[in-house]
Design a binder for this molecule. Structure first.
Ligand SMILES: Cc1cc2nc3c(=O)[nH]c(=O)nc-3n(C[C@H](O)[C@H](O)[C@H](O)COP(=O)(O)O)c2cc1C
Length: 175
């Protein structure tokens, strides 16, 4: 039988929450917080930005943002940004991903990875076919999802490393 860590298998609990539902969720109660959002003008949708700023302000009031942002053991984040890149490709997503990562980095979370996932530009034929990434209709497709799955297994392996426990509590924040 494969060891759970080799298999990238993890047991535990996962919560999937829209940012509108996650106001009172304490990120520190989870081993891994995944935050997913689309790139809008190489930034993020306003409601996600407001959600993140409000959370950070709350933690600031609790004195949890310390000089040097020391790492908090066992607290991890994964940043997932979908984008269409019609003009400058992935450069339209990276600024948004880096920006969101800072909310967690400031609190001492380890940013395990940033995923930039190509997604169709809903409602714009031009942006879907004439952009720098070519024809992106139907993205993310099965290949993209396969890659995400493999990346998730690698990420869990890296996160669990040689340490205890094998169970992971995970919070997905989606816009
Ligand atoms: C108002 C709006 C602005 C957008 N701006 C950008 C942009 O600046 N750069 C980019 O790469 N994609 C942009 N997009 C495309 C979205 O990022 C893309 O459609 C989305 O990430 C796809 O994921 P989804 O299928 O989960 O919505 C924009 C989409 C909308 C609706």
């Amino acid at each position: 039988m494969r060891h759970p860590r080799e298999a990238g298998d993890c047991r535990g609990s996962s919560s999937f929450l829209k940012t509108g539902e996650a106001k009172y969720v304490d990120w520190f109660e989870y081993d891994l917080v995944c935050v997913g959002f689309p790139s809008y003008q190489w930034h993020l949708p306003e409601e996600v930005d407001i959600f993140l700023k409000n959370k950070l302000n709350g933690y600031r009031q609790q004195g949890r943002i310390k000089p040097g942002s020391p790492k908090v053991s066992g607290k991890n984040a994964l940043v997932i940004c979908t984008y269409s890149g019609p003009h400058t490709g992935i450069s339209e997503a990276i600024p948004a991903g880096k920006y969101v990562g800072q909310f967690f980095d400031h609190l001492g979370f380890t940013i395990l990875d940033e995923w930039y996932v190509v997604g169709e530009f809903h409602g714009s034929e031009e942006h879907n076919s004439k952009g720098r990434l070519g024809d992106i209709r139907g993205r993310p497709d099965q290949e993209d999802l396969k890659k995400n799955k493999a990346d998730a297994a690698q990420l869990l392996k890296r996160m669990l490393g040689s340490s205890y426990p094998f169970t992971v509590t995970c919070c997905w924040l989606i816009s």
